[in-house]
Design a protein around this ligand. Structure first.
Ligand code: BDP
Length: 684
């Protein structure tokens, strides 16, 4: 039960001091106004209070002298009665809220007012987090609103029930090429997501295969509608990934050319039909001309032609097109060094800036390659002044240990969001680009590939729940620190025992660096097994068509992406990042091999040589995993058995994986270079 509940534990409160503090507020709810979303908020409160205080709260559709929590939207509240400041609400966006302790009818009450009903729902969850973290309610004075407009999850679920890059069982949406009948689980998912502020979701893989192409047909739209209804009650808008070739695969057309009039009207009719089912449908996610998916290139058209055609169809209904920028040649010849996959998105899209319709949003992966443990920030971010952008993260740990190994991703995402692109001079951070403020985008925000499946604990490794939770929290407010998010998550998930909070927080916060240590430090990436991407295989992709090379030979390693002698990729950045990455002397150690090919004996800023750094980090990484295991074992008895054993087992797998990485990587580079470890440790 604990594993399934994630951050909605609502454990019974035993401590009398806290019970008194909370019970004085929580047993009498007065609601002003109503809506489906407010209903969800009330359900959550009732459930939580019942579970924490052992007593169901009374809910009345008005406020009276008994009321201890007052709930409603700004619109429905009487400003004077509750001393609401008009200017505060004017400054909030639609999802904002205030949470305040007030004196009403000579009684202390918690006032919970949303700018709209969505704000009410988010305020509710805020209150429940406070209680679960044992914060006092006596003097609340909180004004909150999300910093990012679109806060989306992308599912890579297929209708056969599999999940592309899924590490937690099968899809919760589909089984055997049909929609699931377990709608209760989808509702629980919606609850979890709304608790951390996610407001958009796409429910099928970006690779739209045959079955999923049919999601936009009458046969399946009824089922899609049922799912959309569930999410709507939690403030979440539904999107679908579409197949660009749908007019051919579903219609009788012989082309999907975006400039063809029949194609245009086919999409217009299709969109109209979808909105008859789902009036607030979000729009389409499109992976086009990428990894063998169809797109406008087949017709000699560009991405703007393709995206705008769909944008035109969605426009009358307020829908948007989320067009992915993960476009590159996945069939390149490894013998030909003239192309660089890292350059691809920028090369394709930069020339199109200004050509996209206003309801088209480009979705850009955080790095130029593909979700490696360390990549520079994509130079696309900041490069498109006139085109709406959202960033794409991957919560699913495809390249980060697949939810067997521990990797808390918040610190990595924070690095990205805090990165200064210098696009409009100093201070042009990625977070200002994706929150829309730098270029005043109409649409902006953050999307991420979800990491959940139908495993009992949703995420395979229970500690991977922290990434989904943290994604939501960070997307809501990118200024939260990794430490705050980690602590908050542990508290709502495992309770408030200081040893538990401290131990798990530390484990989380160190984990990404540990993973990097035993895998691919210095920004090199891709030494994984082909296809499934788990475990080491140093040359696994070295002679393949995917464009992911490390160029290790007997003398050195790294990809020369400099302007003078390399692929020129460094030139895609604004100054001074361009010069920094381009210069061997100035390039930060952690990205050195992403930008430069250097001899093994090259000295890092730390003073170590590259080869010695590799040996050191790989030995250290394994020791650190052993230490993680020790830390976890001390928690035995402090958390429930199921979750304790789940993580214990995963840490064991992680140790085996780390040892394999250490031994393969160290041996490989020792054999290539012939340079021994200075400390004479065992290399095979
Ligand atoms: C890669 C995945 C692949 C996805 C692709 C994408 O390996 O399964 O389809 O990204 O983002 O990371 O489209």
């Amino acid at each position: 039960a604990e594993a399934y509940a994630c951050w909605l534990q609502y454990k019974k409160i035993e401590d009398v001091k806290w019970l008194d503090n909370y019970a004085s507020y929580c047993l009498n709810i007065g609601v002003v106004g109503t809506s489906e979303i407010i209903h969800s908020a009330l359900d959550e409160l009732s459930l939580a209070f019942h579970s924490m205080f052992g007593k169901k709260p009374t809910v009345t559709p008005h406020v009276d002298s008994e009321t201890s929590i007052i709930i409603g939207t700004y619109q429905d509240m009487i400003e004077e009665e509750f001393a609401l400041e008009t200017d505060v609400f004017q400054s909030l966006n639609d999802e904002g809220y205030i949470l305040r302790t007030v004196n009403h009818l000579e009684k202390n009450c918690v006032l919970l007012v949303g700018k709209t009903d969505k704000g009410v729902l988010y305020a509710t969850h805020h209150l429940l987090r406070l209680i679960q973290a044992r914060e006092s309610l006596h003097q609340l004075d909180i004004v909150e609103y999300p910093k990012n407009q679109i806060r989306m999850l992308n599912h890579w679920d297929n209708m056969d029930g599999s999940v592309e890059r899924g590490y937690s069982g099968n899809s919760i949406f589909y089984e055997n090429n049909k929609f699931t009948t377990n709608l209760e689980r989808i509702k629980d998912y919606a609850r979890l997501l709304s608790a951390v502020g996610v407001n958009s979701i796409s429910i099928n893989n970006v690779n739209v295969w045959e079955k999923e192409t049919y999601l936009i047909t009458r046969k399946l739209l009824q089922d899609v509608t049922s799912i959309a209804d569930i999410f709507r009650a939690y403030g979440i808008r539904l999107f679908l990934s579409i197949n660009f070739a749908s007019p051919m695969e579903l219609g009788d057309l012989s082309t999907a050319d975006p400039l063809d009039n029949n194609v245009k009207s086919w999409w217009k009719d299709k969109v109209k039909e979808i909105y008859q089912y789902i009036p607030d449908f979000g729009g389409f996610i499109v992976k086009a001309d990428s990894e063998h998916r169809p797109g406008p290139f087949s017709y000699g058209r560009d991405h703007a032609d393709g995206a705008n055609m769909l944008g035109e169809a969605l426009e009358p209904f307020g829908g948007v097109v989320v067009w992915r920028c993960f476009v590159y040649n996945c069939m390149q010849d490894w013998r030909d060094r003239s192309t660089d996959r890292a350059r691809a998105a920028y090369d394709h899209f930069k020339p199109l800036d200004g050509k996209f319709k206003d309801n088209v949003i480009l979705q850009v992966k955080n790095g130029p390659m593909d979700f490696q443990v360390r990549e520079p920030v994509s130079p696309m971010l900041g490069a498109m002044e006139k085109t709406n952008q959202i960033i794409e993260f991957q919560i699913a740990q495809e390249y980060l240990g697949q939810q067997k190994d521990l990797a808390f991703l918040i610190p990595m995402w924070k690095e990205v969001l805090d990165f200064d692109t210098y696009a409009k001079g100093e201070g042009s951070t990625v977070k200002k680009i994706v929150d829309g403020s730098l270029y005043e985008y109409t649409y902006s925000g953050i999307a991420a590939v979800s990491n959940i499946g139908d495993d009992i604990n949703w995420t395979g490794n229970t500690l991977a729940q922290a990434n989904l939770f943290g994604y939501g929290r960070l997307t809501w407010n990118p200024n939260l620190s990794s430490e705050e998010i980690a602590k908050e998550w542990v508290q709502v998930t495992f309770g408030n025992d200081p040893i538990v909070v401290e131990t798990i927080s530390t484990m989380l916060l160190d984990s990404r660096e540990i993973y990097e240590n035993y895998t691919t430090p210095l920004g090199i990436g891709w030494m994984v097994n082909p296809n499934h991407h788990y475990g080491p295989n140093v040359d696994g992709y070295e002679y393949s068509r995917w464009g992911t090379y490390h160029f290790a030979d007997r003398d050195g390693i790294g990809v020369d992406r400099t302007i003078e002698t390399g692929t020129g990729y460094a030139g895609q950045y604004f100054s001074p990042n361009k010069e920094m990455y381009n210069s061997l002397a100035d390039c930060p150690d952690e990205l050195l091999l992403f930008f430069h090919h250097v001899p093994y004996t090259h000295r890092l800023k730390s003073g170590e040589t590259v080869i010695q750094h590799y040996y050191n980090t790989h030995f250290k990484g394994v020791e650190q995993v052993e230490d993680l295991r020790k830390k976890w074992s001390l928690l035995e008895g402090k958390i429930d058995e199921y979750r304790f054993h789940n993580v214990k087992e995963r840490l064991h797998m992680q140790l085996e994986n780390a040892i394999e990485w250490r031994d393969q990587v160290n041996t490989y580079f020792y054999r290539k270079s012939g340079i021994p470890d200075e400390k004479n440790r065992r290399i095979f």
